[in-house]
Design a protein around this ligand. Structure first.
Ligand code: ADP
Ligand code: MG
Length: 230
């Protein structure tokens, strides 16, 4: 699903440059549930943004679903994002003046689906995350955990092949964190590839494979106990 080889990324800083990813090799198969662990500044978001076609790498190869990602303009990147990827962020990124239902339905609008159909599909996804009764509420009427569940429904509504989550539990307390991770586990059980960034050990342990990043290199890549549980 995701194949990365000898990948490098630097950011220009004035006349200098900051070398953030220093030769990353990573293969993620369809249906995996993987976390990237590492301290702040280790390059996790940089890696996820490249995987999510939100940023471009400098050197090395990246294949998404067998397709080499190279010389990509924003239009083509957006097309591939819409087709394959769903995103979840720490700060939820919900639109404040739209209801939970409208937020979830929005990606379907961009796909050209009619209003009645997209609201119906969005409602099904809100039900899936346990928030059907909250469909007509605005984000500021929801708790942090509920907001993240709306964001998860929005990430899933286009049926992506991969869900990319950057610190999805970073703004949540530990009980809410567990319920969000349970939801990601359910999604993975249904066959979705899930790729989570976190700096919390308890969160990483709930995924099936932990890739540890330090100063832009992978220092370990191991399957967890959760991968062996039946
Ligand atoms: P993490 O997500 O692990 O905390 P990041 O990938 O966000 O780390 O950042 C890695 C390093 O790259 C940090 O030193 C950060 O300051 C720097 N960085 C991130 N994004 C940019 C950018 N757009 N321009 C310049 N430097 C950046
Ligand atoms: Mg980050």
């Amino acid at each position: 699903m995701i194949k990365i080889e000898k990948l490098h990324k630097s950011y220009p800083i004035g006349k200098d440059s900051l070398h953030v990813l220093k030769g990353i090799d990573l293969h993620i198969k369809e249906g995996e549930f993987v976390s990237i662990m590492g301290s702040s500044g280790s390059g996790k978001s940089t890696l996820l943004n490249i995987v999510g076609l939100l940023d471009i790498h400098d050197e090395g190869d990246y294949y998404l679903n067998g397709q080499l990602i190279k010389d990509m303009n924003e239009k083509k990147a957006a097309l591939l994002r819409n087709k394959f990827l769903g995103f979840i962020f720490q700060s939820f990124n919900l639109i404040s003046y739209k209801t939970a239902l409208e937020n979830v339905a929005l990606p379907l609008y961009y796909k050209g689906m009619g209003r009645k159909e997209r609201l119906q599909v969005a409602l099904d996804y809100l039900e899936k995350v346990g928030l059907k009764d909250w469909a007509n509420h605005l984000p500021n009427e929801l708790s942090g955990g509920q907001k993240q569940r709306v964001a998860i429904a929005r990430a899933l509504v286009t049926k992506p092949k991969v869900v990319l989550a950057d610190e999805p539990t970073g703004a949540l307390d530990s009980t809410t964190t567990d319920s969000v991770m349970d939801l990601l586990k359910d999604i993975n059980d249904e066959g979705m590839t899930v790729f989570v960034i976190t700096h919390e050990e308890e969160v990483a342990e709930q995924t099936k494979r932990i890739v540890r990043l330090k100063d832009g290199v992978i220092i370990s890549d191991e399957f967890t106990k959760a991968s062996k549980a039946v």
